[in-house]
Design a protein around this ligand. Structure first.
Ligand code: ADP
Length: 428
């Protein structure tokens, strides 16, 4: 780096030059003209360097300065040094900003940096996906002009952000979002938004579940209570009423027992660890046992039940769970097929898989119900299903068992024609 310019040196050099040219001019009888020419030359030299500086600063894209000597050389080098320092600072700043942005992009939440009057300074990609902001087009836009929900506007207005705000996404009604605002840096706000749809859905499922269980248990309990109130210490009902009461109470107790058993099965399946495919399940033996059970279940309706079993077809899985899936589907076919119907139960090899299917020519199910059948407590006809002793949990259990065995339930049904419930498992 060059040294600071020395005034003394510069002035003495100029003075020396003027003296020399003055003497030379004096000797040739034109001192004044010589000094004038020198002054003009000096002026032109300075102007030339001013133009060079102007060109370098405004038009040249080069970092290195024009070559020059003397006073201007020193100045150029000073400019060059300052520029380099500035660029280094800018690079550091850019790196810091990039690191901050990368961090904010990696967050699993939408992030928007705002001024105190809600103008957008910056937002990450998730903010674009969750609340529909456009970056960089929306830079400087007021947030309340882009999210116009009245709840959001009053949330901003009240300036109390101790509680988050829950709102549907402005671009997708299905998404439930949680908005949080915190003061950030100097005169800024940081808005974070996270998608809580799944959480809300789980909460709803839990609430529905508790409501459904309570409702299912209340009906039989009310019946029991009604009859028990008839039989206090003083008044014992006559034999005819007592016999009816006994039958109904027994039925309702069985219903409650069935419900509790299925709830326990469901929670056992949910609580157990992932299926270890170690146990070889003897499905043909299991279905032979089921065949015996269906004979006693079928006494009332006298269906024509056909079993078509491949006796060499085994699978791996959890025996108890698979038994429950097979029997739920068979029992449903018996329950929902009018007396004297045809039911075909088949366990056959299909390529590398084992296919289980139950086909009946019963009442069938309308398409709008089919996709909801495996929901807990879902019944096509609430009243009729209750009469058949249904709890609405059977197919939920089947779905759960199958998903734990990497399979899924397939349902084809036509109202008035019958239904086909089937699934495949990898054959042993
Ligand atoms: P439920 O205990 O009520 O039988 P499920 O979960 O086993 O409960 O079945 C849900 C609903 O699906 C039943 O209420 C019934 O309406 C319908 N369903 C199940 N299987 C059949 C079938 N084979 N034919 C017609 N409807 C059926």
């Amino acid at each position: 780096m060059r040294q600071l310019l020395s005034k003394k040196k510069v002035y003495s050099k100029v003075l020396l030059l003027f003296c020399f040219i003055g003497v030379v001019g004096f000797l040739s009888n034109s001192a004044l003209a010589a000094l004038l020419i020198l002054s003009v030359a000096l002026l032109l030299w300075h102007y030339h360097h001013l133009f060079l500086l102007d060109k370098w600063l405004w038009r040249d894209r080069k970092l290195s300065p024009p070559l020059s000597e003397g006073v201007w050389g020193n100045l150029f080098e000073g400019f060059y040094y300052q520029q380099r320092k500035e660029r280094r600072k800018q690079r550091l700043l850019r790196d810091t900003v990039r690191r901050f942005r990368d961090g904010a992009e990696a967050l699993p939440q939408a992030v928007v940096v705002l001024t105190t009057d809600w103008a957008i300074i910056w937002c990450n990609k998730l903010a674009q996906m969750l609340i529909g902001l456009h970056w960089p087009d929306d830079e400087g836009q007021r947030l309340h002009n882009l999210i116009r929900h009245p709840d959001f506007l009053s949330y901003l207005k009240q300036l109390n952000f101790s509680q988050p705000l829950e709102l549907a996404s402005p671009i997708n009604e299905q998404l439930v979002l949680e908005f949080n605002i915190v003061p950030y840096g100097a005169e800024q706000y940081l808005l974070t938004v996270r998608d809580i749809s799944q959480l809300k859905q789980l909460e709803q499922v839990r609430k529905d579940f508790v409501a459904n269980v309570s409702h299912e248990l209340r009906t039989p309990l009310t019946v029991l209570q009604g009859y028990l109130e008839l039989m206090d210490d003083e008044s014992v009902p006559d034999e005819k009423i007592w016999r009816k009461a006994h039958t109904v109470m027994l039925e309702q107790t069985k219903r409650m027992d069935g419900l509790v058993q299925q709830l326990l099965t469901l929670s056992r399946i949910e609580a157990s660890a992932r299926v270890q495919f170690e146990d070889k399940v003897d499905v043909p033996a299991m279905l032979a046992q089921l065949k015996l059970e269906t004979e006693s279940l079928n006494q009332e309706k006298q269906h024509h039940i056909q079993f078509k079993i491949d006796n060499s077809l085994y699978v791996t899985g959890v025996s108890e769970e698979l038994r429950s899936a097979f029997s739920n589907l068979v029992i449903n076919a018996i329950k929902y097929t009018p007396a004297g119907g045809d039911i075909q139960i088949s366990w056959q090899r299909q390529h590398l898989s084992a296919l289980f299917s139950v086909i009946d020519n019963g009442e069938g199910i309308a398409p709008q119900h089919v996709k909801r059948l495996t929901e807990r407590f879902y019944r096509v006809d609430q009243a009729r299903a209750r009469n058949t002793g249904g709890t609405g949990l059977g197919l939920a259990i089947v779905k759960h068992v199958l998903s734990r065995h990497n399979s899924r339930l397939m349902i084809f049904s036509e109202p008035g024609q019958g239904s086909r419930f089937s699934f495949t498992l990898p054959a042993e």
